[in-house]
Design a protein around this ligand. Structure first.
Ligand SMILES: Cc1cc2nc3c(=O)[nH]c(=O)nc-3n(C[C@H](O)[C@H](O)[C@H](O)COP(=O)(O)OP(=O)(O)OC[C@H]3O[C@@H](n4cnc5c(N)ncnc54)[C@H](O)[C@@H]3O)c2cc1C
Length: 393
């Protein structure tokens, strides 16, 4: 049986950074919102460091500021990104991305994922329109034109006008809604850790497509960087199991001494790489947001930026409908959300996948093509400035 407390206007499944942002975006309405999260409350309240340093664009910073989350992140956790260099194999040539001439401020800002989650959790918790139901998952869900009914793992039944799936790129909710997705398991994993190092990073990131490995070096505090090594999963698993000394020796070797002497500054984390693109971003009385809709390859650092802007667009449309007394789950609203997100995410998603393919292909023709690509990028200023402008948007 469903009681008054179990009826909601919007139920969000997944309290990751995008699910929490969406809940926070709806705070200015009187809509009754529930957020269902499988992790226990204590884990959400104190999210552990997970290795991810999220490169936020200026547009994302604006949204987080409006939600009240940006100022809740300590300044010491915000690392400005003053530029980026892209390298190919052992070639010394670098494609350079710098802030456009005359612009003030960095290209973007790096913030640990756990600090973003923490800030958003505190924002949502301080608002009384949203209920957090932690330690639960959805066991069954039935959606139709008039709403959704779902059963939680504790046997509780909830009803809602709109069900929103934000439960990651391998979304179980997406499957329950009968929405298919293109899921690419790449067979590669990204191994991440922070290191302290001798040589200065000047707040410049490095993306280095080397033979059989890709290394990204993200500048954090002075003398500290996050190193991300992408390898075949079996190799990355081997690196994860090495003791600290052996691991550091191998990492230094793989980085070819770029950072000078290094010491470990964090635990190591591993992410098997999977990209996803949902066939549809909505169903009657339901929508997909964040990675459940579009799960990007992390190499271009855009997954959360896209998810954050997508949830903001959906929330704006829902709030406008609510203010006008219209149906908040009107298919026309969900359709518009889908069209807009497709338009903004598709070029980045496909360009990123093409880039990954080109830069991980060891065929001599591909190697030559990427070398030519970098040179061409450097000599066509509108390419570099265009990419810098996307980051700064
Ligand atoms: C190594 C790495 C680096 C990255 N770097 C960047 C970057 O620099 N810039 C950028 O923009 N993006 C980056 N990303 C992408 C970014 O991390 C994701 O896009 C973002 O986390 C997506 O947020 P989300 O809330 O949609 O999903 P998630 O972060 O996956 O959160 C999903 C939530 O749903 C919960 N959940 C899952 N299943 C259920 C269920 N059945 N019931 C209830 N709850 C459930 C999970 O516990 C979790 O809390 C990176 C990703 C990786 C892997």
């Amino acid at each position: 049986m469903t009681g008054f407390d179990d009826r909601f206007d919007i139920v969000i499944v997944g309290a990751g950074p995008v699910g929490l942002s969406f809940a926070a975006s709806l705070a200015r309405s009187k809509l009754k919102v529930a957020v269902i999260e499988q992790q226990p409350l204590e884990k959400l309240a104190e999210p552990a460091f997970d290795g991810r340093e999220i490169a936020l664009t200026h547009a994302s910073i604006r949204i987080l500021r409006e939600l009240g989350a940006w100022d809740a992140i300590p300044a010491s956790d915000k690392s400005p990104l003053q530029g980026a260099r892209v390298l190919n194999g052992s070639n010394a040539f670098a494609l350079c991305f710098d802030p456009p001439k005359g612009s003030k401020g960095p290209l973007g800002v790096l913030v640990p994922n756990c600090r973003i989650r923490d800030a958003l959790f505190r924002v949502v918790r301080s608002q009384d329109h949203a209920r957090l139901l932690c330690g639960h998952s959805v066991v069954t869900a039935k959606t139709g034109p008039n709403g959704a009914v779902m059963m939680l793992s504790d046997g509780r039944q909830l009803t809602t006008r709109l069900l929103v799936a934000a439960d990651s790129r391998l979304s179980a909710m997406r499957d329950r809604l009968g929405i298919g997705a293109e899921i690419n398991r790449l067979g590669d994993s990204m191994l991440i850790c922070r290191v302290r190092h001798e040589r200065p990073h000047h707040q410049i990131a490095i993306e280095w497509f080397d033979h059989h490995q890709t290394i990204a070096i993200l500048p954090l505090a002075e003398g500290v960087s996050s190193v991300l090594v992408t390898l075949r999963s079996i190799e990355a698993d081997r690196l994860l199991t090495l003791d600290d000394d052996l691991f550091l020796a191998e990492l230094t070797n793989r980085c070819r001494g770029r950072l000078g002497k290094m010491t470990l500054a964090s635990s190591r984390h591993i992410y098997p790489l999977v990209t996803t693109w949902a066939h549809k971003f909505w169903a009657p009385s339901a929508a997909l947001i964040g990675d459940a809709a579009v799960g990007m390859h992390p190499v271009t650092a855009h997954g959360f930026n896209i998810g954050l802007s997508g949830q903001s667009q959906l929330a704006d449309k829902i709030m406008a409908a609510w203010r006008d007394g219209r149906d908040i789950a009107d298919p026309a609203i969900l359709q518009k959300y889908e069209s807009r997100l497709r338009l903004t995410a598709a070029p980045l998603y496909h360009a990123t996948n093409m880039l990954v393919k080109l830069y991980t292909d060891e065929h001599p023709v591909a190697r030559l093509a990427r070398h030519v690509g970098l040179r061409l990028g450097q000599s066509l200023p509108f390419v570099r400035q265009g990419i810098s402008a996307v980051l700064r948007r």
